[in-house]
Design a protein around this ligand. Sequence first.
Ligand code: NDP
Length: 354
Amino acid sequence: MKAIGVRRDGDGPELLEKDRPTPGPGEALVRTLRVGVDGTDHEVIGGAHGGYPEGEDHMVLGHEAVGVVEEPNGTGLDEGQVVVPTVRRKPDGETNEYFRRGEPDMAPEGEYFERGIVGEHGFMAEYFTSPADFLVPVPEELAEYGLFIEPISITEKANEHAFATREPFEWRPESACVLGNGSLGLLTLWMLQQKFDRTYCVGRRDRPDPTVDIIDELGSTYIDSRETPVDEIPADHESVDYVYEATGFAPHSVQTVQALAPNGVGALLGIPEPWDFEIDGGALHNEIVLHNKCLIGTVNSHIKHFEYAVETLSEAPKWLLDDLITTVADPTDVAPAFENGDDQIKAVVEFDTL
Ligand code: NDP
């Protein structure tokens, strides 16, 4: 079968020929429809994040997938059911307390593999197998856009954790700001628009630009960080109740605190490489304490977030999903899916259709 992966001695994603996998006990065989490409894939390809499966000279890419059950293999799933796989798996087939609790997204490094990212092959292949417990059923009408369920689930988790920190008091948030106009940032912007009166999205692009067009179309305010750095958002616009960082630009971790309104919360999602920069640690400490601010980090997601994400995707406007998908590549000509120009938002590799 065709698969797209990277080799230890290669120089980028390539078409590989692999055997079709055989499902083990408790696993189903899934025929892949579409797999999305995101910033994490680019970090994996560049060697900045993740790692190869042990003893293998290559890793199949892809963690944002949607497919159809080909062989239920006695798992209780129906043949033809559209499913989306979660990403984290038990290391070496063993279980641990995080998986036993159904919270693998809370496991520390070393206690999990991530398919297509660290330690295990991904889903960018004609077929993949997965334990049925890690396959989330999706209505057939959402199959074309099912690759968005994984990134939406990331934001479902981030929002759940961030808002939970504000539960002990009467928090009445009105404004939110997303840092980053990549596919994760833009999907999140739409999600936050459903909850907040005013939304902002920070990028660093000149108009005309397809991501800024989407920000405009959503009725959100575009902020160019070259003109208004994140810590100056309160002076140029307003201090915001919620900041969602999806740039991976390390200074934003600190600037988020300055952008927040008193009692606000910031969620950090970016995964930067080591990055030295100067900060006034006293001012940061003081600002967090005296204004009851909160900063959380959040990574990955699990079954319940995927289930929320199915519901959220069903409410997303079709124009937004269509505008986000800028490339649909065939596995035999995959290079366009990994181009990273300003006109690329979400690239998809399409193996099959329903
Ligand atoms: P992208 O690389 O597609 O998007 C990042 C966006 O941030 C780009 O549009 C980039 O603009 C913009 N950006 C970067 N620096 C600045 C800056 N200084 N000012 C304004 N805008 C800036 O990535 P994704 O959308 O896929 O993901 C976003 C981040 O979230 C990545 O770091 C990714 O690794 C991380 N991530 C984390 C997850 C988690 O579980 N925590 C899950 C998924 C992703 P431009 O293109 O113009 O350079």
